[in-house]
Design a protein around this ligand. Structure first.
Ligand SMILES: Nc1ncnc2c1ncn2[C@@H]1O[C@H](COP(=O)(O)OP(=O)(O)O)[C@@H](O)[C@H]1O
Ligand SMILES: Nc1ccn([C@@H]2O[C@H](COP(=O)(O)OP(=O)(O)O)[C@@H](O)[C@H]2O)c(=O)n1
Length: 210
């Protein structure tokens, strides 16, 4: 079974994707990490993430780079959303994601374009969202726990900027697939959100698509 989980920054899609992977015993890929790796590699080389040629040149990074803690920073997320605008970068990262989705037994992938581009044939698709204020509060708490000092207002500004860049780009914009189930987690805690996600996947499975 292939499960696609998409949604905007800090909506809780990674938390839900990991929980679904555990529940169904499936491997999980956080595809945002691939774009983060490219963004970080460009910055480390002293380059400009907005330059498509420079970003494309570092797309063939080793798999071990995905474990680098530097990929989790806000700067990495920002750089990721800049390199991910380039169609050549998306094309370069496509085969890796597609192969992961198509492995025997299935997989759970989370990102922005899993249900629309990477695995349009997924058995279950969730579009996870939450209000910008809820997402900013979550990301802010996460950053504070890691010792960060960015204000809630600044984090909210980052969220709006990332939403705009991800939703307005020409190549694989952030959009809910026609056949995806919407899961708004604004009023749900993690346990309730995961339960709802499992119920939605189960409904798809038993309706014959899975
Ligand atoms: N339903 C929820 N309620 C409260 N906090 C949540 C919820 N889902 C996720 N979180 C927390 O919000 C932060 C962002 O979640 P994450 O799953 O990493 O989001 P995303 O993958 O969409 O960026 C994490 O600290 C996570 O523990
Ligand atoms: N499948 C994907 C995954 C991420 N991305 C890009 O990579 C950036 C970082 O993604 P992420 O999922 O790691 O970020 P968060 O939602 O966790 O903050 C996003 O803002 C997108 O621009 C993408 O374009 N397509």
């Amino acid at each position: 079974m292939i499960i696609a989980v998409d949604g905007p920054a800090a909506s809780g899609k990674g938390t839900i994707a990991r929980a679904l992977a555990r529940h169904y015993g499936l491997p999980h890929l956080d595809t945002g990490l691939l774009y983060r790796a490219v963004g970080v590699a460009v910055m480390r080389a002293g380059g400009d993430p907005a330059d498509p040629a420079q970003a494309l040149a570092v797309c063939d990074f080793p798999a071990e780079m995905l474990a680098d803690p530097a990929l989790r920073s806000e700067e990495a997320g920002r750089a990721a959303s800049i390199v991910s605008v380039h169609e050549a970068v998306r094309d370069a990262l496509f085969a890796r994601q597609r192969a992961f989705a198509r492995q025997p037994g299935g997989a759970v992938l989370d990102g922005r374009d899993i249900g629309t581009v990477i695995a349009p044939d997924a058995d279950a698709k969730l579009f996870v969202t939450a209000s910008p204020a809820a997402r900013a509060a979550r990301r802010h708490a996460e950053l504070q726990a890691g010792g960060g000092t960015r204000s809630l207002e600044a984090v909210l500004g980052d969220i709006y900027a990332r939403d705009a860049r991800d939703s307005n780009r020409a190549a694989a914009p952030l959009v809910q697939a026609d056949d995806a189930d919407l899961l708004d987690t604004t009023e749900l805690g993690i346990t309730a959100a995961v339960q709802r996600a499992i119920a939605l996947v189960e409904a798809r499975r038993t309706s014959g698509r899975g």
